[in-house]
Design a protein. Structure first.
Lengths: 140, 254
């Protein structure tokens, strides 16, 4: 788990620099990535299906980002983009392509559909939190 | 008050925002907020991912400006700074020309330098390799390949080569070097190294904005961002697929 946390942090920080985030916000964004990574890891440990694990991770880092954005008075995007990237199902994309190259269309379609569902679950988590936060914030 | 000047300033702010990868609604809201800080009667902004339309009504006169957005990058620092600026114009009593100066200065602010960018993209690939449970040698290979991929992306960006081709070629370069590493048995798992290095090309901004624009009700922009994300994924797959297919045909399996 420590490894998941550490590597998620590293990957996110790297992307933060590529996206030109500066100062303490870079560190905070890194912590967001770490949170997503840890939640994903824990869900996998508890044998959750991939899509559900991604959904939980998405909800957790989106919630963290939305709260932090309101505290720091900075656009939510700053934190969400970076934290999102380690969880994007790149592995599924890659495997889809591997099957396609091996001209195994059936497996490629299967894997491609899986990947789409996983990406959708991740997006759904973010949508849920962002809609809720919007609702709560405007109510005040 | 000079409405034409105001139009230029607000439009300029919107242009920087959109070019830095802000969401459509943020762009619209910020321009309206900037214009309203100078007490005009009415402001309307209409933004899409490729262009801005902005009109101001003041003393029964209409002023309009249209801006076309060509380049689109990611610069979260600029979005943050303009967001901050638009909120403080009124309280700090800026003049229009002062705002323009601030924006110009911001627009020219340097990004992280090339070595730093390269190092951190490599570090990112290193992190991914560990995240995907690769060994330490895998991570080191990913580190090196990360540098190569970023170099190829930056090189092509400088020469205005379109995004689809950029991603395809960079992914191909990454795949090729990975295969070389495997051939020289430098790394344990080809899949892990390849996945973690191409994660650098993942369109994080496009995905995030596709989601956020859709949630905000800007379906046209949401769809176009979604298409951008999907096409990038296809480009990466095409790049790796081509290299893999050629490699299998010429060198043999792995």
């Amino acid at each position: 788990m420590l490894l998941a946390a550490f590597s998620g942090f590293l990957a996110t920080i790297g992307f933060g620099v590529l996206f030109n985030i500066k100062g303490t916000k870079l560190l905070l964004a890194g912590i967001g990535g770490m949170l997503g990574g840890v939640v994903y890891y824990l869900c996998k440990q508890m044998q959750y299906p991939e899509a559900l694990a991604l959904f939980c991770a998405g909800v957790s880092f989106a919630f963290y980002s939305e709260c932090l954005a309101r505290i720091c008075r900075t656009p939510v995007t700053t934190f969400v983009i970076c934290a999102l990237i380690p969880l994007v199902p790149g592995k599924g994309m890659y495997e889809t392509m591997r099957f396609a190259v091996a001209s195994d269309a059936q497996a490629a379609l299967q894997k491609g559909l899986d990947t789409l569902i996983n990406a959708g679950a991740l997006a759904l988590g973010i949508i849920l939190v962002s809609t809720l936060m919007r609702f709560l914030w405007h109510k005040k | 008050m000079e409405c034409n000047e105001l139009l230029n300033v607000a439009g300029y702010a919107g242009k920087i925002l959109l070019e830095s990868g802000a969401e459509v609604y943020r762009c619209e809201e910020t321009m309206v907020k900037i214009a309203q800080s100078f007490d005009v009667d009415e402001v309307q902004a209409f933004v899409m991912t490729t262009g801005i339309m902005l009109s101001i009504t003041h003393k029964q006169q209409n002023y309009t400006k249209i801006l076309r957005i060509q380049k689109r990058g990611v610069d979260l620092h600029k979005i943050d700074a303009i967001n901050e600026l638009s909120r403080t114009i009124k309280s700090k009593q800026y003049e229009i020309y002062e705002v323009m100066d601030i924006l110009k200065k911001l627009d020219q602010e340097p990004r992280y330098s090339l070595p730093v960018t390269l190092f951190f993209s490599a570090l990112s690939a290193f992190g991914f390799a560990l995240f995907f449970q690769g060994s330490i040698t895998d991570a080191l290979c990913a580190f090196v390949i990360g540098i190569c991929i970023k170099l190829s992306v930056l090189g092509m960006e400088r020469n205005d080569i379109n995004a689809f081709f950029q991603n395809a070629v960079s992914a191909g370069v990454g795949a090729f070097i990975t295969l070389l590493c495997v051939q020289m048995s430098l790394c344990d798992s080809m899949d892990t190294v390849m996945i973690s290095s191409i994660m650098l090309l993942v369109p994080g901004l496009a995905i995030t904005n596709a989601i956020r624009d859709t949630v905000a009700g800007d379906y046209v922009s949401g769809l176009s961002r979604g298409a951008e994300a999907f096409l990038t994924a296809v480009a990466i797959a095409v790049g790796i697929g081509t290299v893999l297919a050629v490699w299998i045909k010429t060198v043999g399996g792995f």
